[in-house]
Design a protein around this ligand. Structure first.
Ligand code: BGC
Length: 436
């Protein structure tokens, strides 16, 4: 790992806070925000996912009958409509970004994580579109004008069609293509961007694209999966060096999704072994492949996972999101306690849930932040938190029915409605702390 950044945020005031206090205060300078990704919100993209959606929407709609529980099918009948699985106009954030940033400003956010769409910047092999770069420059200027720090992701899972036709991540030159694209973007935006994220959740992408086959390129092939995993690590490593050559002030990471993994049957040795192996590949391996090429940690946490063959001996979860994901705030504390060994500043760049009624989101945010605060008090150098997501958006192979947003989107009219939980989060930001 890189030498830890200078200027570690002091957490001394946390220790000296009176024990009678009903408030948990976060370190000064803490970044608070939310995230989106290009394909999920922009609308009118044309990339490998767009083609995959066209081929798979009918199948995905049919599979909903077996994939989801009855309560989910009743609550979200739109899952049976093939149109649900076509990203199309999405949230039209490409055109409405100024309006959306007025909302983030109104909600007191001081940071925003978003991704650049590779297929817009380089629609043809080696041909770069300066107008699209100018679009993202305008996005960043708009954020900065509102006092919002941009966290820019270079790749959030979508590939230009020309590259997917050449084998995508498995192409022998993938890392060179990725670097050529990243250099173009960083050169154009470096004056206004400090925080870069090369790759979003490589492990999730490999798991779904090459192991389960649920996402493009829909290859169920363990050898190809392993090769793709290594290619992504190489791409990060090369881009890390190149971006630093272009921008000396750049702070670079990749975003790693960490789950809190427990054996299904705590008494089974087999389950314990499987859970350890799973834990190694999902939470550790990528960090090892790119050791020394991180300026900070960008980590995502959504849920705990029960791993193994045996029957579940842990009590069955009652607190679920609309997607059936268990809500387990303590998991974020456990993960932070684990990753503080890397001795790097930490930004939680995604944490959120699908909750169409907005009945669980306020507590979800508050309870996760209580656990984050606990980890900070015990020495984890957490410097920022980004709720996922600012807007309801296109949830990949699930389409539009899961509602993750602080802001509700009416996909017919593009009307934005700020949810109650967004105001609750906004109060936390205003106080830089939580009232217990
Ligand atoms: C991804 C997002 C996704 C979210 C919820 C994260 O792993 O980065 O794109 O929408 O999970 O599934």
């Amino acid at each position: 790992m890189n030498k830890k950044e200078e200027g570690r945020i002091s957490t001394d005031h946390l220790k000296t806070e009176p024990s009678s206090s009903r408030r948990l205060i976060f370190p000064s300078g803490f970044l608070w925000g939310a995230g989106t990704s290009s394909h999920q919100v922009e609308g009118n993209n044309y990339n490998d996912w767009t083609e995959w959606e066209e081929k798979n929407s009918v199948k995905l709609a049919k599979e909903s009958k077996t994939k989801w529980q009855l309560w989910q099918q009743d609550k979200f009948p739109e899952m049976f409509d093939p149109q649900n699985y076509i990203s199309g106009k999405a949230c039209d954030h490409y055109n409405l970004f100024e309006n959306d940033f007025d909302i983030t400003k109104q909600l007191n956010h001081n940071a925003y994580k978003f991704s650049i769409e590779w297929s817009r910047i380089e629609p043809k092999d080696g041909k770069f579109d300066a107008n699209q770069l100018a679009h993202y420059r305008a996005v960043i200027h708009d954020l900065k004008a509102r006092g919002i720090e941009p966290f820019v992701v270079l790749w959030h899972w979508t590939l230009p069609v020309w590259l997917s036709k050449k084998g995508g991540i498995l192409n022998d030159n993938f890392e060179k293509y990725f670097c050529r694209y990243s250099e173009y973007v960083v050169n154009g935006l470096k004056d206004d961007v400090q925080f870069w994220i090369t790759l979003n959740e490589p492990t999730s992408y490999i798991g779904n694209g090459y192991f389960s086959g649920n996402w493009p390129p829909s290859k169920m092939n363990i050898f190809k999966g392993i090769k793709a995993y290594k290619k992504l690590a190489q791409a990060h490593n090369l881009a890390f060096d190149n971006i630093h050559k272009i921008s000396s002030r750049a702070k670079i990471s990749f975003a790693n999704s960490l789950s809190y993994n427990e054996p299904k049957n705590l008494n089974s040795i087999v389950d314990r072994v499987i859970a350890n192996v799973f834990n190694y590949f999902s939470n550790e391996k990528m960090f090892r492949l790119i050791a020394n090429k991180l300026d900070y940690l960008a980590i995502h946490y959504y849920r705990p996972k029960k791993i193994g063959l045996g029957k579940n001996t842990n009590s069955s979860p009652k607190n679920l999101s609309d997607m059936g994901w268990e809500i387990y705030p303590e998991g974020i504390y456990r993960i932070l306690s684990e990753v503080k060994k890397y001795n790097l500043p930490i930004y939680i760049t995604e944490n959120g849930l699908a909750d169409a009624d907005d009945s669980k989101r306020s507590d979800f945010i508050k309870n996760h932040l209580i656990q984050v605060h606990k980890a900070i008090k015990e020495g984890a150098d957490v410097r920022g938190y980004f709720y996922w997501s600012l807007l309801d958006n296109f949830e990949w192979d699930k389409g539009f029915w899961p509602r993750f947003g602080l802001v509700e989107i009416d996909y017919k009219t593009q009307k934005r409605t700020i949810r109650k939980s967004a105001f609750a989060y906004s109060d936390i930001i205003k106080n830089n702390g939580i009232e217990l």
